[in-house]
Design a protein around this ligand. Sequence first.
Ligand SMILES: NC(=O)C1=CN([C@@H]2O[C@H](COP(=O)(O)OP(=O)(O)OC[C@H]3O[C@@H](n4cnc5c(N)ncnc54)[C@H](O)[C@@H]3O)[C@@H](O)[C@H]2O)C=CC1
Ligand SMILES: N[C@@H](CC=O)C(=O)O
Length: 809
Amino acid sequence: MRVLKFGGTSVGSAEAIARVKDIVASLKDEAVVIVVSALGGVTDRLIRMANMACEGDEACISELQLIINTHEELINNLFESENAAEVRALVSSEIEELDTLVKGVFLIRELSRKSLDRISGMGERLSSRIIASYLGANWYDSRNYIKTSFEFGRNQVVYEKSEQLLSKLKGSLGRLSLFPGFISSNGKGESTTLGRGGSDYTASLLAAAFDADVLEIWTDVDGFMTADPKVISRAYCIDHLSYSEAMELSHFGAKVIYPPTIIPAYRNKIPIRIKNTFNPSAKGTLISEQSESGARQIKGISSIKDVTLITVQGIGMVGVPGISMRLFSCLARVEVNVVLISQASSENSISMVIDSSRSDVAVRAIREEFKPELDKKQISRIMQEDEMAVIAIVGEKMKQTTGIAGQLFNSVGKNGVNIYAIAQGGSEINISFVIKEKDLRKALNAIHEAFFLSQYQRLNLFLAGKGTVGSKVLDKISTQAQKLMADNRLRIRLVGIAGSRSMILNREGLYPDTVIQQLEKEGVPGCINDFKNKIIEMNVANSVFVDCTASEEVADIYLQLLEANISVVTANKIASSSSYQHYSRLKRTAAEKGVKFYFETNVGAGLPVISPINDLVRSGDRIVRLQAVLSGTLNYIVNEMSEIKPLSEVILEAKQKGYSEPDPRIDLSGTDVVRKLLILARESGYKLEQEDVEVEPFVPVEYLSQPSLEDFMEKVKELDELFEDRRQRLYLEGKRLRYAASLEDGKAKVGMVEVDKTHPFYELEGSNNIILIWSENYNLHPMQIKGYGAGADVTASGVFADIIKVANV
Ligand SMILES: NC(=O)C1=CN([C@@H]2O[C@H](COP(=O)(O)OP(=O)(O)OC[C@H]3O[C@@H](n4cnc5c(N)ncnc54)[C@H](O)[C@@H]3O)[C@@H](O)[C@H]2O)C=CC1
Ligand SMILES: N[C@@H](CC=O)C(=O)O
């Protein structure tokens, strides 16, 4: 025999009830006991109406009529007219009783517990009558079999009596029997109800008493999910849970089943299967005594919000017996339910989590109870922190397994989520902890990823700048996505983009192929600071900010991003070449927060320069000298100038080819090379500032100080002849002009050098760069790094490599 329970949404409409009929029909000859809830939303409406009646609100009468209409409409939709009349007659006594009750409450303005029980249980009485007729099932009044007594402020099931009555009935049940859920009666035969989740409870009691093969809870979800699917889109259905795991998950937010309802089935070892009425072919979740072997250590994550953390603190609590008893007794007296308790072994403080709606009442009760201790300063403070959330991870296999807590707290910690209190029971089946509610989504994502999706990692990117380099980075995100997923189990997702005036953010992801057009059409106006605020507010796990601008304003937001546990990858050299103090603060913040600050493309574009230097330094080598050509633009200019292509023309060409800075004067002044040399020197261990670098600009300063780029481009033509003369002279001397950078004896210098064939800089084509590194180990022969030193493609590759490095795959 099976017991099937259908909840409110499963019987919420004629179509849904027709599905129920199909489900029952598919069981062919098997004996089936069905339990139904009230039609979706009806119980709440009944309770609301009862309260309205009690307050003398006349609208309760029209609400009563609406509730009656809901049921009449259902009868009309389910039955032909003749049968409909019969069913209407069948429920007429319930409707009359409801009418009398509501009008009675309205008249006397009093709603006793007894009346409320009768009114609120009417939904099941009505729905069960109608559905039993529709299914052709024998109808049984649960009130005759499920007995309660009123204890501890609520109706408690009298198990033995109920079991005895149900066992007697068992032998006479036909193939299809139907019981209303939720309703019961007391020793005097008065109607009572079983409280929240009551219909599940009815079904569980019947399944236990009838010794059913299985109890099926039919609802509107596929089963227990690994996490709340409204928050974690990648949450999936759990195949199998133990009774304890299901109870733990239900306790904290997974409202698939109400915890106490599991107890009768659990005691009689009746397996429970959660099924979806609207997707009956889905396997659902099986709940039984044993979790299947080989199952994950963590089965699910549940969470609740709208809770308050109360902490009672004071040295006067240490070693004093009875403090906890007084604390929890005073809360019980004002009917405050405690969700989580945590006490440090020093006994100096006790923290507890309660529903926020009761927090003021709770704090008042604690203050009153501990007034003497507060007056004597034995208790120093009672802290109330609202807008908190609790997360619980659940799994039987956590028992005796090391490293779970480490993995859990590492996943939230590296995303900057602070933990306020932790609780783990001795059963080791649940670890619960308290965080700020604003961090809930991020923490759930991080934990879900760590425990359930470890088959792949996800990075969420926010990109600033969609110009020469930025647009190529978008291409890479698009073209490399599949390969990274297949080879590295890494999913890179663009979740935000900003241009200089507008932005788009979407936590579900943006399409890199079309995002630039989307930004033009739908971009929300705002500056980079607005973008930063939105990124921090969005609070997504594993976030990386990618800077492909040349803007100081953008460089200025890194610190706040790093402080918010967001990694930064940047092609923009401004931050790393700002004051030494700021540069080192950025690096220190990243290290403290466990996030990354990568800027490999700042020197040599796509060439690996910074990481080999880091490797040398970390391995104990000491860099003593650097010589380099670090400007792709300037090297291109000196290589490409000729008698038919003057300086001014080649400058334009370098810009068009994507080698120069957005403003080429940054290259021509030597500033770009100064920045690069400074970064190399700092990464090599030298504490230098920009002012410490001796600079000979590529073009004289008076040319650079033109009011606009256009004016400059016009004026620079005056230098064409001078540069051509120098080129010709050098050609005759067998030499070439290079714009070089050097660090020797701690002194940094950039400027022009003339090199002959013997010099490693002589053969340096196009926009190539070369970096020679002398160290204690590389002394006679320097380490040499050479290759394209500018250009959109190579730079975008370098930026992309840094992004992948953040994921550490
Ligand atoms: N081109 C190259 O070979 C290399 C370039 N880089 C660096 O890459 C960065 C980008 O260079 P390009 O792509 O050539 O520049 P670009 O001028 O083509 O693109 C810069 C983008 O940044 C945007 N932008 C400017 N200010 C902004 C703000 N406040 N907020 C948001 N967006 C803003 C602009 O609208 C533009 O879309 C520069 O810092 C450059 O030094 C680094 C290595 C090599
Ligand atoms: N403008 C730079 C580009 C890379 O940083 C250069 O020309 O080298």
